[in-house]
Structure formats: C-alpha cells, structure tokens
Design a protein around this ligand. Structure first.
Ligand code: G3H
Ligand code: 13P
Ligand code: NA
Ligand code: ZN
Length: 316
C-alpha cells in the first residue's frame, strides 16, 4: 500500500541518499516512474500538484496512484510508494488530499509572514496526525529568475528560524531555499558564466541546528542539456534553459537532504522525444507511438537519477 514519508526519510538519512519525488499528471508519466523505480529498486514519492489535480481529475489521479502500487507488485516488487501533495497552498486543499487517502502533504506557507506560515502549517499538521499522514513545510522562497529581489539573496532560508519553525509546527520535513528555483530557467547566465553553486553553507547550518531532521530540495532538475538541444533541433525554442548540475545534487543527496523534487527534467525528456519522433515519423498519428517513445525516455531518465544522482537505487 501507500506509505508516508517517515520510514523512507529515516533510512535515507541514515544511509546518506535522497528519496526521489517525481510529479505525475498522466498515465505515461506514472507508468515510467513505476517501471523505472521497480527496475532500479528505488522507493519513490509520487507528487501531485494542485494543477495536476485540475488537469487530470483528482479522483482519477488518486486511483492511478493506488494502481501504481498494484502495478509494481505485478512487476514483482513491493515498492514503497508515498502519495504526496506538492505545494499545497491552503488548509482545505491539504485536508481534501488527506481525506482522499494521500499519505503525505506539503503545506507551502513560504510566501506568508513567518507567524502566518507557522499557524497554517501547525493547523495542517494537527489534522494530518489523526491519519498518520506526514507533512512537509517550507521556509524561504525559491528564487524566481524574473524576480529581481532573488539576486539579493533575501529569499534564502534563514537558518536562525528553523528550530523554532519545526518545534512549533511539528512538521516531518522542511523544504529550504538554497539557490534552486522551479522550471527550466534557473539561472540567468551571462556569456561564459558558470552556474553559481548552491548555498551549501546554509544547508549545513540548517542541518547543524536540526540534527537528523529530513530536509527537502525543490527545483532540483538539472535541465539536461541533451534534451534542450533535441527540443531546439526539432522546432522548439528554449533559449538559455539551465538547471542544477548533477554533481551538486549528488552532494545534496549525501547530506541531510532526504527528498529531491524533479519535474521539469521529465517534461523536457518527454517533449524532446515527442518532437523527435514526430519529426522522424511524419506519417504516424497513433498517440501510443510518440507517447511510447516519450515514456521510454522518461524511464531512462528516472533510472539515471535514482542510480547515478540520488543514490536511491537498490534500497528496496
Ligand atoms: O513545483 C511545481 C511542480 O513542478 C508542479 O508544477 O504546478 O505546473 O503542476 P505544476
Ligand atoms: P523542477 O522544476 O526543478 O523540476 O522542480 C520541481 C519541484 O520542485 C516540484 O515541487
Ligand atoms: Na540525504
Ligand atoms: Zn517545488
């Protein structure tokens, strides 16, 4: 069945790896996640965003996640699968997911004032506890590339707040902001400039203040250059798309970071293969053909993340 994040994070913390959290919105994404995690023997967090619930229908998504557990078992593996709400923005949304059988939720109060974030998060934790659902909170706002203030570092997590936040809210894990951002345009680089390193000093200080406590890294796609090039070579236009180098993610995974969120890389993988397939097979119009090609690439990508970046492979 579905599991909450508690035991997954305890093991990841003890053994120095990170649990992958992959978003899904449709059948092909979910199939690829299940197959790749079965093949690489990796525990997994299936993430559903508010937008995913709207796109795919919340009831259907929930049954699909339950189906994923059965599918993994059919493939011969009792895969620990955590069904997690990504970026919950209200008590009501978290409550709805908890009532529907999610095993974990995120309440993202990071845009609120500190006290409002504490109060909202506490309220979600109080409700979630009754159903043994784990809760992820967030402190610090992820940089937005259009956001000029991000350059002033004013949105990084403030380590001096984390002990108070965790003890007053009772969250099970904490997402922090150390220089990543969502999407495919994480850094605005000038000619010849390199991606700036993540703020591992902030992560280290957070980990020092919260010994053994699971930290979460959002915005962790590496924006695989091969996919960007493939998309651009087949009629796409992704100018200046850049992500977090995998070496930095390896370092994060070995630290107190126990959950690494990846969505954009999967989107890029699928889009690259759909564009390539349709360009190479102009006569095809069966969605199974181009979505099948996209799905196969997503399996390869996820196996690579589990095996060569997060270290979650071989843990089941
Ligand atoms: O953090 C955002 C996730 O990548 C989900 O994105 O809201 O477009 O589904 P979405
Ligand atoms: P990416 O956009 O870097 O894949 O981040 C996904 C994420 O943080 C989902 O919550
Ligand atoms: Na870790
Ligand atoms: Zn996120």
């Amino acid at each position: 069945g579905l599991v909450n994040s508690r035991a997954l994070f305890a093991r990841a913390m003890a053994d120095g790896y990170a649990i992958p959290a992959y978003n899904f919105n449709n059948m092909e994404q979910l199939q690829a996640i299940v197959v790749a995690c079965v093949e690489s023997r990796s525990p997994v967090i299936l993430q559903v965003s508010k937008g995913a619930r709207q796109y795919a229908n919340e009831t259907l998504l929930r049954y699909m996640a339950m189906g994923a557990v059965a599918m993994a078992r059919d493939l011969g593996v009792d895969l620990p699968i955590c069904l997690h709400l990504d970026h919950g923005d209200s008590f009501e949304l978290c409550q709805s997911c908890i009532d529907a059988g999610f095993s974990s939720v995120m309440i993202d109060g990071s845009h609120l004032t500190y006290e409002d974030n504490v109060a909202l998060t506490r309220r979600v934790v109080d409700y979630a506890r009754r159903f043994d659902v784990t809760v992820e909170g967030e402190l610090g706002v992820l940089a937005g590339i259009e956001d000029e203030v991000s350059a002033e570092h004013s949105t990084y997590t403030r380590p001096e707040e984390v002990e108070d936040f965790v003890s007053r809210t009772g969250v099970d894990s904490l997402a922090i902001s150390i220089g990543t951002s969502h999407g495919a345009y994480k850094f605005k680089l000038k000619e010849g400039e390199e991606v700036p390193p993540l703020r591992f000093d902030i992560l280290d200080e957070v980990a020092r203040r919260l010994p053994g406590f699971p930290i979460v890294l959002h915005g962790a796609s590496s924006v695989v250059p091969e996919y960007v090039a493939l998309i651009n070579a087949h009629g796409g236009r992704l100018d200046g798309a850049v992500g977090v180098p995998e070496e930095q993610l390896r370092r994060a995974a070995a630290s107190a970071v126990c959950k690494i969120n990846i969505d954009s890389d999967g989107r890029l993988a699928m889009t690259a293969k759909v564009r390539e397939y349709l360009a190479q097979h102009p006569e095809e119009f069966d969605p199974r053909k181009y979505l099948g090609a996209a799905r196969s690439e997503l399996v390869r990508l996820i196996r690579h993340k589990n095996e060569a970046v997060l270290g979650s492979a071989g843990r089941v």
